[in-house]
Design a protein around this ligand. Structure first.
Ligand code: M6R
Length: 612
């Protein structure tokens, strides 16, 4: 939620910030702005709409500077408009702030500042921080660093903030708590951003801000301190990211590029971990806690959105393959219950971004109750990867499209590896079955490639159904969470109302929705549920409902009964979720495009949900 980029150095800051904001736009895109030090003080340019609108608007203003801060917003407090857009200025115009996160106690801070005679222009929580910093400067004569530190001591909530002050025109102060921040170190220049994507073009040398840490960056260099004013020396890391990974490379949308990357990303995820010929799995990320997992009496998966769907698939795999009781829970529900965590339980959290606020809070809760938490994350160095005891990266590469695609198949690949490793340690599968599954897992990238060859066929089906208002998605067993995922993808990308159900639940309610105008999409494979799902399809057909079916290639009977049929290559049902979901991703993508939606940046959404 919200993206921040800041720069100090020799270059003209405006193009650097604009390019950076474009790269971060997936994090929020309802308004954008920047502040620079101009000849007569701080200049702020901000407006509602996309970064390109801001860019067009400032183009003929002839502005330039060597230092500035920029922001692309996903609104939390106050509607998206020019006034609520960041940066926010203090009333005296001396302080400019951009902020990602949420200031939970902003109401009481606002009242305190109103009582002191300050006024506010916006409805945002962030403006309170700008005023508070200015107040510390005015009342106590603090320098910028100290004023920011003192103000942040008063703040309850989460933030990455970047602050400029007219009193120190060559200084940039940034601070983090609960929202990620990276500092790029170039030759006589520094960049700060919510993630590394605005930085890689200029330098690969970065420092990740720690929790409760503040950085002072000036022409004298970089100083890192915690909020208690204790200094630490920066640990410079080398970015393992190429520019091509964050560019569209000829695809019309990031989402399509990312769907097509899946054979590679799943291969990357399995590489070095799965040795199908030797029938072994090596998971370097889980060592110290491997025994806990081997002995687990129960496994709980916690996640949100698409990652939660991966958790449901995993819970079925763990019960089936490892004979461990397993459940998958929304992190946002789990943390507001009073869940029982017992010795012997292992919690696995799943998150693409590694920054999801509810998932992070659920981790805290499990740890407080003495539980072991393992993470499955895509973003290296993310908060969740740091907060968990150990974990496994999905190695899917940067996912820019807001709808998660390749990160989901990466999560499934990692979860399948963990389940098979555990099954091997616990001897819950015969050697023959285990070896076969390992060999089949190795084939998944190739099977995904085969699904991708059906893109034109899937697009043609989407053309027939593009104007529907509602859809049902149904499947059984491990295909039920895939039905949920198919419905979520369609909803977020096309804004068509869609619901996912276990097909066994159909007669308990959703069948009332069946009519010619409401198509049902079934996932029907030769796993133990084939006949049951087949009957459900017939029941829908008997009520004149249109039926799209995703089944095994060559299943003539299924194709015959369907109004539209997508055949995917056969593979063991345990692995089919990674294959069948690709057809659903393509279907949602085409439905979105055919409806004229911005599939990479669907309305109201943001890539990483860093507020609860
Ligand atoms: O980064 P996370 O995996 O923790 O994010 C969880 C959800 O916000 C995310 O999966 C969301 O549902 C996506 N928009 C789905 O496409």
């Amino acid at each position: 939620m919200c993206g921040i980029v800041a720069y100090i150095g020799q270059r003209d800051v405006v193009p650097v910030i604009m390019k950076g904001l474009h790269r971060l736009e997936y994090r929020g895109y309802d308004s954008a702005g920047l502040a620079i030090h101009g000849p007569s003080g701080l200049e702020v340019y901000k407006r509602r709409g996309k970064v390109s609108e801001l860019e067009d608007w400032v183009q003929d203003k002839n502005i330039s500077s060597h230092i500035g801060i920029g922001h692309t917003r996903w609104a939390t407090h106050g509607e998206p408009n020019d006034v609520n857009a960041h940066p926010h200025l203090s009333p005296d115009g001396k302080i400019a702030v951009v902020h990602n996160g949420i200031i939970e106690n902003y109401e009481s801070l606002r009242r305190h500042l109103l009582a002191k005679g300050y006024t506010f222009r916006s409805e945002t929580d962030t403006e309170v921080l700008a005023v508070l910093i200015a107040d510390f400067q005015k009342e106590h004569g603090f320098d910028l660093e100290r004023a920011v530190r003192m103000a942040l001591h008063r703040v309850v909530g989460a933030y990455l903030v970047a602050v400029l002050s007219t009193d120190e025109p060559n200084t940039l102060v940034v601070a983090r708590k609960g929202s990620p921040g990276v500092i790029g170190i170039g030759d006589d220049e520094f960049l700060v951003a919510s993630d590394a994507t605005p930085i890689i073009e200029y330098t690969k040398r970065v420092v990740y801000l720690n929790e409760d840490e503040l950085a002072v960056i000036s022409d004298k260099g970089l100083t890192l301190k915690n909020l208690k004013n204790e200094q630490r020396s920066p640990e410079i890391e080398q970015l393992d990211l190429e520019l091509t990974a964050i560019e569209k490379e000829g695809y019309p949308h990031f989402m399509l590029k990312e769907i097509y990357e899946q054979p590679k990303t799943v291969r990357d995820c399995l590489r070095g971990r799965l040795r199908a010929n030797e029938a072994t799995i090596k998971l370097g990320g889980i060592r110290e806690y491997a025994e806990h997992l081997n002995r687990a009496e129960r496994v709980v998966f916690l996640a949100c959105g698409t990652s939660w769907h991966a958790g449901i698939v995993a819970s079925y795999l763990f019960e089936d393959l490892c004979h461990i009781p397993a459940t998958s829970d929304y992190a946002s529900e789990f943390r507001y219950r009073n869940p029982v965590i017992r010795e012997g339980d292992v919690v696995l959290v799943i998150s693409q971004s590694g920054e999801t606020a509810d998932t992070l809070k659920a981790i805290d809760m499990v740890k407080e109750r003495g539980g072991i938490v393992l993470g499955i994350c895509n973003v290296v160095g993310s908060s969740i990867s740091r907060e968990t005891h150990e974990g496994v990266y999905t190695h899917s590469g940067p996912e820019i499209g807001v709808a998660s695609t390749k990160a989901f198949t990466g999560q499934l690949a990692v979860l399948t590896l963990i389940a098979l490793k555990l099954a091997s340690e616990r001897s819950t599968l015969s050697a023959m079955r285990l070896n076969q599954l390992l060999r089949d897992l190795d084939q998944v990238p190739q099977k995904i490639e085969e699904v991708l060859t059906q893109n034109d066929h899937i697009k043609a089906i989407a053309e027939q159904y593009a104007k529907v208002k509602n859809m049902l998605f149904m499947g059984r067993g491990a295909q039920f969470p895939i039905a949920l995922e198919g419905a979520l993808k369609l909803k977020e990308i096309s804004y068509i109302h869609a619901e996912g159900y276990p097909s066994g639940e159909m007669k308990h309610g959703p069948i009332a929705l069946v009519e010619e105008a409401t198509p049902s999409l079934f996932l029907c494979f030769k796993d133990g549920n084939y006949e049951k799902v087949f009957s459900n399809i017939q029941e829908v057909k008997a009520r004149k409902g249109k039926v799209i079916v995703i089944g095994e290639q060559g299943d003539a009977e299924l194709e015959e009964i369907s109004d539209a049929f997508i055949g995917v290559p056969a593979i063991d049902p345990v692995l089919m979720p990674m294959v069948s979901v690709v057809a659903l991703q393509l279907f949602a993508y085409h439905m979105g495009v055919l409806n004229g939606r911005n599939v990479d940046q669907p309305r109201n959404l943001a890539k990483s949900v860093t507020v609860e």
